[in-house]
Design a protein around this ligand. Structure first.
Ligand code: FE2
Length: 383
């Protein structure tokens, strides 16, 4: 067996309604001043309603930073950090989608009173080496898995930069399906497919594929494929929602230790250039990337096929059935199917392919090497 290392968030609470315990969890960690990092939509949809009374009851001072935007910019991270410092925060909560949780990780690191590093010091892998404040994550979408990854993505003047460090791994994640019942269908669909991509890419990850990520990826795919359509069609179905949250969390644990590859590398330029949601960008290139990888990844895709198809798997080419089933799911959840349906222009494809080549951090994990001409062929097939 190849040597590997594996790390994840130390403590998970997976229960519908569990977010109501947030204040007690903060108090149990000795917190007196908590900054909760979120976005304006969370306030608008009253998602903090169930957790606020707990803070006054526990005598814990809570402030809310609610200006997080999608693809958080450096300035936003610094503003939230400033608020945490000004209030003397001793614990940070990320509450929302990937952008809020990614921001919270950096705030917990940068706002520690003993912190000597600044944001610009910690871009890259293992550059953040200091201490951070205790950190609790409460996801309100089932997709990014940010609650269990050591990664935070920030938008800088020159594009996107990542901070990857074990110091960013949260202490606790609370998976509460009641927070996700109001998610619109297209968001449920896109974030759910993003999570499935995390599991697939972790399972075929070239450099750090490992047996624990494999286990998690298979169970994640089983949960996600069995509940995605139900969660989209019946948004109030708490059982489907809880299964999606757990599936996304398991997929997050898988790819945090066996990193994602070409689907994500080709999705990022679509997000940057056309401002498509991350999950939709992934969905749009997924099938073309899988078809491209098939010669090298055939046996691994065949191993994943039963997780997605269950008893519907027929004798014959299991890998081909996996790709077909993912295509069917994409269509069934009502997302745009082709790049042109999502507003991507044909003329942009060569520039997208050039830009995808900058994602070498991800491309090195792909089962088949991807050159610029390959990326262009994949975008063209997906167009
Ligand atoms: Fe993703």
């Amino acid at each position: 067996m190849q040597a590997f290392n594996f790390s994840t968030t130390a403590h998970l609470i997976c229960a519908s309604g569990a977010a109501a315990q947030l204040a007690q969890e903060c108090a149990a960690r000795g917190a007196r001043n908590v900054l909760l990092v979120t976005d304006a939509g969370i306030l608008r949809h009253n998602l903090l309603e169930s957790i606020l009374p707990g803070f006054s009851a526990a005598g814990v001072n809570l402030q809310v930073y609610s200006d997080v935007l999608a693809d958080p910019a450096e300035e936003l991270v610094l503003a939230a950090t400033e608020q945490a410092r000004a209030m003397g925060a001793d614990l940070i909560v990320g509450f929302g989608g990937g952008s809020s949780m990614d921001t919270a990780k950096l705030v917990a690191y940068l706002a520690h009173p003993a912190q000597r590093q600044s944001l610009s010091d910690i871009y890259g892998v293992n550059q953040a080496s200091g201490v951070r404040l205790p950190l609790i994550q409460v996801p309100t979408t089932a997709g990014t898995g940010s609650e269990v990854t050591p990664i935070s993505i920030v938008t800088t003047a020159t594009g996107k930069s990542g901070v990857v460090s074990q110091q960013l791994l949260p202490d606790l994640a609370i998976l509460d399906a009641q927070l996700t019942v109001g998610l619109p269908g297209p968001v449920t669909a896109a974030t759910g497919i993003d999570a499935m991509v995390h599991a697939i890419e972790a399972y075929t990850s070239k450099l750090r594929k490992n047996p624990i990520s494999d286990l998690l990826a298979r169970e994640a795919l089983r949960l996600l494929s069995a509940h995605l359509e139900r969660a989209v069609r019946e948004p109030q179905d708490l059982e489907a929602r809880q299964a999606m949250l757990l599936g996304a969390c398991l997929a997050g644990q898988a790819f945090a230790n066996a990193p994602v590859a070409a689907v994500h590398a080709l999705a990022y330029p679509l997000g940057i250039t056309f401002h498509l949601p991350h999950g939709l960008s992934n969905a749009l290139v997924l099938n073309s990337v899988l078809a491209f990888n098939l010669p090298q990844a055939h046996s691994l895709y065949a191993e994943l096929a039963p997780c997605v198809l269950g008893k519907r798997l027929l004798p014959g080419d299991a890998a081909a059935q996996l790709i077909e089933e993912l295509h069917r799911l994409h269509e069934a959840v009502g997302l745009p199917m082709r790049l042109r349906d999502a507003g991507v222009t044909r003329e942009s494809l060569p520039e997208l392919a050039r830009s995808a080549m900058q994602q070498q951090r991800l491309l090195v994990n792909n089962p088949r090497p991807v050159l610029e001409a390959d990326a262009l062929a994949i975008y063209t097939a997906a167009y």
